[in-house]
Design a binder for this molecule. Sequence first.
Ligand SMILES: [Zn+2]
Length: 254
Amino acid sequence: MVEVSVFLAGLVFGSFINVCIFRLPREESVVLPGSHCFSCKRPILWYENLPLLSFLVLRGRCRSCRAPISWQYPLVEALHGFGFLFILVHFGLSLQSLIYCLFFSSLVLVTFIDLSHRIIPDVITLPGMVIGVIAASTVLPPGPVSSLTGLFLGGGLFYLVAVLSLALLKKEGMGGGDIKLIAMIGAFLGWKGMLLTIFLAALSGTVIGLSLILIQGRSRAEPIPFGPFLAMGAAISLFWESGILAWYFSFGAM
Ligand SMILES: [Zn+2]
């Protein structure tokens, strides 16, 4: 019963995050006005706005003008539903889980905004750093020292990469948004989780970047945003950090 409630709460929260993904980069209010169809501008009624369900019933189209609704809506809702459920199973019914749900949600938010707008808004990462340090100092495992180390080391490393690529390669290798995002991730996960996040993001970014070049012949001048890879790395670190590190260091003992 708890599992079902948390899953449904995730769907509803995901529905709200969908609004944020669309409105935050445009600096619009996330509360008012209510949702409307982007094509015919007709307001969307509450029963047409039920997470997942409405998309399935309406078969992905607006009820009046039949304009297609983005697959991003049900995807973000499903990610939240299953993400929150997975956090509950992994960390139990606790304050820790509640904070991790918010952290997970901010990662999804950052991913989709970065994919469509190539920015990571400060309005997410700056409060995220503060909340991360406070949470890690009180209820989360890293503790204050590891959290602050994660914040400054992560932000510092990425800042160094940004300065060096600008000086040596004469191009912007790391955006300010990425610097603040890794600092926020460091605050929540501590320095170990932060380093694992960078490793996983660099690995998956390289694999997917190379695959895109091979499949689409995508030119190297058109960089793919790094934020989604950091978010994915952070989510994996959140759930499997101790397992991955134990596995990795087991090779040293052999
Ligand atoms: Zn419409």
